[in-house]
Design a binder for this molecule. Structure first.
Ligand SMILES: NC(=O)c1ccc[n+]([C@@H]2O[C@H](COP(=O)([O-])OP(=O)(O)OC[C@H]3O[C@@H](n4cnc5c(N)ncnc54)[C@H](OP(=O)(O)O)[C@@H]3O)[C@@H](O)[C@H]2O)c1
Length: 271
């Protein structure tokens, strides 16, 4: 039986990958009613007994009064899409997951007194294993913040920051983080092929090693460094590989530089 509290009415603007992942989580939580505004014919698949899909703001039923409006369009669509929703400011909290769109930029589109939460999720949201970091502007009430927390929790864990500027390194670490882990899986698979493993086995080993290691990390009280040490017998094969991977501090250095580059790019896009 679903014992989650009933959620109030929601408006989702943009029912693409991220929007639909969030919607799936809200459905599990048993929200009362949602409207999805998305002009794409693909969005029709989201319709259901509690979900009405409309192509745009003009088709939203007149009596519908959302408590939260989740903005999940591409950042480059914001200027065209958002002003039509300014009419809800004052009653609803806007929750933006648009990368690089600051509270200030969103407020210019939906109203300077609007209650706005800016959040950065990541793609494991699709399997409720995401992590979202959120920042609330000072027009957001404690009730609206609690509602935003509940809605974002549908995609996984949620952390809040008081400093909006932290969303730039957050974007670099957890927003893009799944790409770095998938790159590791790709590189392991390629290295297995180079060592003469059959392609299907190389792929299986790479995938299950990443999946199993993540599950072990999740199940263990030990931190990642200790779990690494646990695999590494002194003088053994893993120690030999790690000696190369960590030689001259090369891997930590390239990682620090990569995260710095992503953080800088996020700052540039937000400016
Ligand atoms: N994917 C990620 O890893 C990730 C992580 C963190 C944050 N985000 C943020 O999440 C947001 C959505 O990303 P996504 O990957 O879900 O993109 P997406 O799959 O392209 O979804 C965006 C959806 O919005 C629709 N749309 C376009 N114009 C619209 C309008 N005027 N009103 C309402 N809907 C409109 C699009 O339709 P069309 O396809 O017809 O244009 C599409 O269905 C982005 O701002 C992104 O920065 C994404």
């Amino acid at each position: 039986m679903n014992t989650s509290p009933k959620l109030p009415s929601l408006l989702l603007v943009g029912g693409g990958r991220m929007g639909s992942a969030l919607l799936a989580g809200w459905r599990e939580q048993g929200f009362s009613q949602a409207v999805v505004a998305d002009p794409s014919p693909e969005a029709a698949r989201l319709a259901g007994p509690d979900v009405t899909v409309v192509p745009g703001p003009d088709e939203i039923p007149g009596g519908f009064t959302p408590a939260a409006i989740v903005l999940a369009v591409k950042p480059q669509m914001a200027a065209a899409a958002l002003p039509a929703y300014a009419r809800y400011a004052g009653r609803a909290v806007f929750i933006s997951i648009m990368a690089g769109k600051t509270i200030h930029a969103i407020a210019q589109l939906v109203g300077c007194q609007a209650a706005i939460v800016r959040a950065m999720p990541n793609t494991p949201a699709a399997v409720r294993q995401g992590i979202t970091v959120a920042h609330a502007c000072n027009h957001v009430t404690s009730g609206q913040r609690a509602l935003a927390d509940m809605l974002l929790t549908a995609a996984g864990q949620v952390a809040w920051v008081e400093d909006e500027g932290l969303l730039d390194p957050v974007t670099a670490i957890s927003g893009g983080g799944p790409a770095y882990v998938f790159l590791l899986a790709e590189l392991l698979e390629q290295a297995g092929l180079d060592q003469g493993l059959p392609p299907a086995l190389a792929r299986q080993l790479a995938r299950q090693t990443v999946i199993g290691s993540a599950a072990l990390l999740a199940a263990s009280d030990e931190d990642a460094a200790q779990l690494r040490i646990n695999v590494t017998s002194p003088g053994g094969t893993t120690a030999e590989a790690l000696k190369l991977l960590r030689a001259d501090d090369a891997l930590p250095k390239i990682f620090r530089a990569a995260i710095q580059a992503a953080t800088d790019k996020s700052r540039m896009l937000s400016a």
